[in-house]
Design a protein around this ligand. Sequence first.
Ligand code: 5GP
Ligand code: ZN
Length: 121
Amino acid sequence: NQMATEASCIFCKIIKNEIPSFKLIETETVYSFLDIQPTTTGHLLVVPKYHGAKLHNIPDAYLKDILPVTKKLARTLGLDVDSPQGDGYNVLQNNGRIAHQEVDHVHFHLIPKCDSVTGLG
Ligand code: 5GP
Ligand code: ZN
């Protein structure tokens, strides 16, 4: 499998608005959008605005907004996450083909584990 360069990278193109996405939160250093093939309703991706394939390639400055934005999106989804038997979600980040990474631009998945996503309009 060939690694995408920045010029051919699908997530770099999404960040630059060269191909469309359902954009969620954008900051100076991160961009978030709905996954095109969601595992569950509300499955979304949070990506650094830096082209690097794996987590250890990404400068710290591009990582500092990742968890705050992921946290805000978890709230925005309107999940019932605060009751013990309520909804849940997974945050997932794959590095390498053997770890099921398909897109070679670092991305954090937020995957709701419920049927009650209400916050996306
Ligand atoms: P990985 O397996 O690399 O961790 O996950 C890549 C994710 O990116 C998959 O869940 C896939 O559905 C998503 N994806 C791939 N291409 C596109 C695209 O062009 N647009 C969007 N929104 N998501 C994409
Ligand atoms: Zn990229």
